[in-house]
Write a protein that binds this ligand. Structure first.
Ligand code: AMP
Length: 131
């Protein structure tokens, strides 16, 4: 004890995804631009499971993002499409097909309140949106 916690400075602690962007914690990054980053989910729920994350943590969820910066939301969707056609990102499943999920709120399973898209690929069954 005795040291100042991050919270005691008054600034909110950076999200886990901001810490990945800052290279403070490791991640398997597959794509990066000035505005967003894509990396493999640490706990994959599908043969391919990527997260596409805007570098800004200004938006908690996709509803805030759509209202505040629709162009950035469109960029996330375009990036998912691009990754789904990339053998580096999607391996054998790079056929341009994928599932895009934005968990929105704790009861919907959101645990990180820094907006992010789950890009799921590989054989996915119909009727298995929830697991
Ligand atoms: P959500 O439940 O929609 O908020 O999604 C958060 C996702 O972030 C989960 O699928 C986690 O497995 C994933 N995740 C959490 N920490 C890390 C990390 N350090 N590297 C990669 N993925 C992570």
């Amino acid at each position: 004890m005795g040291g100042m916690s991050e919270q005691s400075t008054g600034a909110p602690a950076p999200s886990v995804f901001s810490r990945i962007v800052a290279r403070e914690i490791p991640a398997d990054i597959v794509h990066e631009t000035e505005t967003l980053v894509a990396f493999r989910d640490i706990s994959p729920q599908a043969p391919v499971h990527l997260l596409v994350v805007p570098k800004t943590e200004r938006y908690r969820d996709v509803v805030e993002l759509a209202a505040g910066d629709p162009a950035l939301l469109a960029e996330i969707v375009a990036t998912a499409g691009q990754l789904s056609r990339s053998a580096d990102a999607f391996g054998d499943h790079a056929g341009g097909e994928f599932r895009l999920v934005f968990n929105t709120g704790p009861s919907a399973g959101q645990t990180v309140f820094h907006v992010h898209a789950h890009v799921l690929g590989g054989p996915l069954e119909e009727g298995t949106l929830a697991h």
